[in-house]
Design a protein around this ligand. Structure first.
Ligand SMILES: Nc1ncnc2c1ncn2[C@@H]1O[C@H](COP(=O)(O)OP(=O)(O)OP(=O)(O)O)[C@@H](O)[C@H]1O
Ligand SMILES: [Mg+2]
Length: 314
């Protein structure tokens, strides 16, 4: 049965388990960390938590932490008073104040600069914040929902994220599976987005079927960009194609197999690969760094430095 839950279309058991859980999580005021690859619907989940909970009548505000410099993000979150920094010509309310009584969604929280993390911790612990350039703390009542596509623990191990803040923001961790692991969802999402374009762009075209070869290509694709990528592919096909059938030629080159196929899993970073290699060699030598350095052909000091840089505290 195709069901739609707060804008999320899905037939997959994994997603339905999540849908079942959301009302319970929404009822509590605990901070939630939504984890999932890009385009999986993290923001939709955050909105659902807001709408399903007691704060639904209050404001919902969202910000992407990766798109600001440290100073601008601090001002965005906590606001500033006139003269707080060059260019601060008037007082400005921050998102915590604007979301008072409601929910604040912090996207890409792993990217939050260290200089802001202690301020954020303070809001979570004491429910107060101080606008830039001010001295008097203001109280605020905000539920925090955050999202990340990378592991916060890895960010903690790399020294980029405070461990105490990690525990505060992920009291309830929720995981959204990638599209390629959701059984049956590609098919229903293709139909869902075609229907949406038939409605919004019906004056251009009405698609009533997807050619079997095109459907097979859509099914076989790995969707590294998840639901957002699928929506974009369908929009592209809708716009470039003609007539009532969506054909293989209408799909983007990646889907037609004209470019190297996308990686079935998210690419592992160089650092992560090296980290795993060092951990493995260390384990093979019973954790003895001297022996591991010798096996790796590195000087002891080089190995120690790399271990520190990669956040391995062996
Ligand atoms: N299950 C779904 N059904 C229908 N539309 C969906 C579904 N999941 C996501 N979308 C749509 O896909 C797009 C991406 O969703 P969203 O912005 O919530 O993802 P995200 O995980 O926050 O992405 P990013 O990591 O890039 O911030 C949005 O347009 C959203 O409406
Ligand atoms: Mg998002």
């Amino acid at each position: 049965m195709v069901s739609q839950f707060h804008g999320m279309v899905s037939v997959s058991p994994q997603m339905h388990t999540l849908f079942d859980l959301l009302p319970r999580v929404a009822r509590a005021d605990s901070t939630v960390l939504v984890r999932g690859e890009t385009g999986t619907g993290k923001e939709l989940v955050a909105r659902a938590l807001h709408e399903l909970g007691p704060r639904r009548g209050g404001p919902f505000r969202a910000v992407n932490c990766a798109t600001f410099t440290a100073e601008l993000l601090a001002s965005e979150l906590f606001g500033h008073v006139r003269g707080a920094f060059t260019g601060a010509v008037r007082d400005r309310k921050g998102l915590f104040e604007l979301a008072d009584g409601g929910t604040l969604f912090l996207d890409e929280i792993a990217e939050i600069p260290v200089s802001i993390q202690s301020r954020l911790l303070r809001v979570l612990q004491e429910r107060t914040f101080v606008p830039l350039g001010d001295t008097v703390p203001r109280s605020v009542d905000v539920r925090l929902v955050s999202a990340t596509h990378q592991s916060l623990r890895a960010a903690v191990e790399a020294g980029r994220f405070r461990a105490d803040l990690m525990y505060r923001v992920r009291v309830v961790p929720l995981f959204i599976p990638p599209l390629r692991e959701r059984v049956g969802d590609v098919g229903v999402l293709v139909d869902h987005f075609i229907e949406a374009f038939n409605t919004s762009h019906g004056h251009l075209r009405r698609v009533t079927e997807v050619h079997p070869v095109a459907r097979a290509a859509l099914m076989a694709y790995a969707w590294p960009g998840n639901v957002r990528e699928l929506a974009n592919v369908i929009e592209y096909a809708f716009v470039v194609g003609q007539g009532s059938t969506m054909c293989l030629q209408d799909l983007t080159p990646e889907l037609r197999g004209e470019e190297p196929p996308a990686e079935p899993r998210p690419a592992v970073t160089e650092d992560e690969r090296e980290r795993q290699r060092l951990l493995r060699v260390l384990a093979e030598h019973g954790g003895r760094k001297g022996a591991a350095a010798k096996a790796l052909g590195l000087s002891r000091s080089t190995l120690w430095r790399r271990l520190r840089e990669l956040g391995i505290h062996a």
